[in-house]
Write a protein that binds this ligand. Structure first.
Ligand code: AMP
Ligand code: ZN
Length: 665
């Protein structure tokens, strides 16, 4: 045997033992024997560095230190899930998808919803090449070095599986391991971790992968993304993933009817506490992959899946004080400061009170005993008062009248649930908040510049608004606390690079109230430049599809403000993109105005998303279901048979990809 063959064979053997131990939970050799073999491999690799392999079992111990995690764009967006809380919700969902698919013949797959941090693993030629966190769904952090240390993740997939794929799963900390970690911390006099989920996601961001290797993390897989059409159903794809080395829990179940789904829900609602890990619900998915593709996605979540949340846990505790937070738009959020209490695995000290109406409606008062519930959100909420425990001297809550930060009198416009601090340009959290929003990932995505640095820069009087960023000099940044020359350089470069960010993102970055990402896109496309937008009348604004009174008025207010006009002029002078680029303009037309398209099947010249973008760029609308309003169906290969029948019934014209391309050229 050559050295290379010896190394190869040891690697395969050790991979197999890892799998036996961490996935199957059935080791066939002792830990001692394993260590001997691992050491043998390590020595061979040390002597023959030309055979280095990042996926070798020796790499599991970690050692690579990452100072800053690289941002990586997801090839396929990682969506969130819609939630449901009752059988009725699920019945409604079933009705909706039956209607869209035009059939009642739908099989479901049920899985537990594992409570951890989602991860996307990319494999090429069966080798793990990349692991990225969900992030905002479009891009996340590259945490590959840390992920390699998780023993239940195969670094090389085996068997007769697809060779290039992405697989998604949840990084979790099983309860046993979590409790052991905490026991150790307590012995060392350290504060115990609050809950397994946050500890799992925090572990992925540790800089030293050797530290990650020490944590008993696990990875449960739930979704295969692949271009190969090898498998017909979701469960089939997962079962094959399991065969090729991935840890796919075996409590997954296929159900022919919703009745069977309900049984699954009830069973796990009662038995979930006996699981070795935490779960907060069940994910129900349409099992047939062709049907999944036909159903597609909303802006936020797949239509073919829904999460069912188990009833939230509730506790009661005493409300000590109500404080007020000021957001970047000046919106005031009342916060309940509570007697700390244990709830669903975490210690809760604060809860959101939403707004003045909510406080009045529930009649929440200081020193009341209140019921606190933890739903899906990170921040728990108060859902009621235990009136039997109300102190005799209790008095109704007087809502704040002045801003806690700048003491300006608060205003509340008709129809608004929230109070606002109107001191837009003089109220510290608003000023900082706007700049932080401006630089955030979905906005200008200025690398190297974080929220804390913005705070520092502001405290030093170096910036007052987002336009000031463009006047910053390296020499001004270096003297700041904990700032090295290199990082100062990075900040300046990041700011410089933001001048290339396209107009629609700039518009979102400006932080105009009610102008979120989607609205910004619409406005950019319609008005094409900031000048046009700022000169638009109320009527012109509301004439735009999906722009209502509230958004229109907010844009008018923004555009009439002298400070804003100056800011925009300054941004323009620095070269920030305040109109859509010539290239984008060239790709846009109104050729398809008023036309509604449904896209179905597999395409060759463009992918589905490019096709949809082309429709929208040319003024058309994309809809996911066929109705009388549909103008055309763009059909690729394997168009869903139910869609075909429906289209024919309604007499809607079916066109090919090529027909469509001819149409826009
Ligand atoms: P949410 O974060 O509430 O939008 O729910 C979506 C997340 O649920 C996904 O990003 C996954 O990380 C997580 N999840 C946990 N278990 C599953 C599962 N069995 N199937 C799909 N997603 C799951
Ligand atoms: Zn204020």
């Amino acid at each position: 045997m050559t050295t290379q063959q010896k190394i190869q064979s040891l690697r395969e053997e050790l991979h197999q033992h890892n799998y036996n131990y961490y996935v199957l939970d059935k080791p066939t050799i002792s830990d001692y024997e394993f260590d001997i073999k691992l050491r043998e491999l390590q020595e061979l690799e040390d002597k023959n560095p030309e055979f280095y392999d990042p996926n070798s079992p020796t790499q599991r111990v970690g050692g690579e230190v990452t100072k800053k995690f690289e941002t990586a764009t997801h090839k396929n967006r990682m969506y969130s899930l819609d939630n449901s809380y009752s059988k009725e919700d699920l019945l409604d969902w079933e009705k909706r998808i039956q209607k869209m698919l035009g059939t009642e013949d739908i099989e479901y797959s049920c899985e537990l919803k594992y409570d951890g941090a989602s991860i996307n693993l990319t494999f090429e030629n069966g080798q793990l090449v990349k692991a990225v966190t969900r992030g905002d769904g479009f891009q996340g952090d590259d945490v590959t070095a840390n992920i390699r240390t998780i023993k239940s993740i195969p670094l090389v997939s085996n068997g007769d599986f697809v060779s290039d794929f992405e697989i998604r799963g949840e990084i979790i900390l099983p309860l046993d391991g979590f409790n052991k970690m905490n026991e150790e911390r307590i012995v060392n006099g350290e504060e115990p971790y609050r809950n397994p989920r946050n500890t799992a996601s925090g572990s992925l961001k540790l800089q030293d992968s050797a530290e990650v290797a020490k944590r008993p993390l696990d990875c449960l897989l739930y979704h295969l993304v692949s271009d190969s059409r090898k498998y017909k159903t979701h469960t089939e794809s997962l079962e094959n993933a399991r065969k090729s080395g991935f840890k796919v829990p075996d409590n997954l179940k296929t159900c022919k009817t919703l009745e069977e789904v309900f049984e699954f829900l009830e069973y796990w609602d009662h038995h979930r506490h006996s699981l070795p890990y935490e779960t907060d619900g069940v994910v129900v998915k349409v099992n047939n992959l062709q049907q999944q593709e036909e159903l597609g996605y909303t802006a936020k979540a797949p239509r073919w899946a829904i999460a069912y949340k188990f009833k939230a846990e509730q506790v009661s505790t005493v409300l000590h004080e109500i404080t007020y937070q000021v957001g970047r738009t000046g919106a005031i959020t009342p916060v309940a400061n509570l007697e700390p209490v244990q709830l669903a695995g975490t210690i809760v000290k604060r809860a959101s009170l939403h707004n003045a109406d909510q406080i009045e409606k529930l009649d929440i008062r200081i020193n009341d005993t209140v019921f606190v519930e933890k739903g899906g959100e990170i921040i728990p909420k108060i859902i009621g008062v235990d009136f039997t425990k109300r102190p005799a001297d209790s008095r109704p809550t007087q809502y704040a009248t002045h801003c806690p930060e700048c003491h300006t009198e608060l205003v509340r416009k008709e129809g608004d649930a929230k109070h606002y601090c109107p001191n837009e340009f003089g109220c510290a959290p608003q000023i900082t908040g706007r700049i932080q929003h401006y630089i955030s990932r979905k906005a200008m995505d200025i690398e190297g510049l974080g929220g804390e640095t913005v705070d520092l820069l502001r405290k030093e009087g170096l910036i007052e608004n987002y336009a000031d960023l463009y006047d910053l000099k390296v020499e001004q940044i270096i003297p700041l606390e904990r700032m090295a020359e290199k990082s100062a350089q990075n900040i300046i470069e990041g700011i410089e690079k933001s001048k290339e960010v396209p107009f629609e993102k700039v518009l979102f970055a400006l932080g105009i109230r009610f102008v979120g990402e989607t609205v910004a896109k619409k406005l950019a496309k319609h008005f094409k430049s900031m000048d046009n937008l700022m000169n638009a009348s109320f009527e012109e604004l509301i004439a735009v599809d999906e722009i209502g009174d509230r958004i229109a008025q907010s844009i008018i207010n923004f555009s009439n403000d002298l400070e804003n006009i100056q800011l925009i002029n300054r941004l323009k002078s620095y070269g920030v993109q305040l109109e859509i680029s010539a290239e984008e303009q060239a790709n846009q037309s109104e050729t398809l105005a008023g036309k509604v398209f449904v896209v179905s099947g597999v395409f060759h010249q463009m992918n589905r998303n490019e096709l949809k973008k082309a429709i929208e760029d040319n003024g058309g609308k994309v809809s996911s279901s066929i109705s009388k309003k549909t103008s055309f169906i763009v059909a690729g290969d394997n168009m869903g048979p139910s869609k075909l029948t429906k289209a024919q019934d309604l007499g809607i014209e079916i066109i090919s990809e090529q027909d469509f391309i001819n149409m826009i050229n």
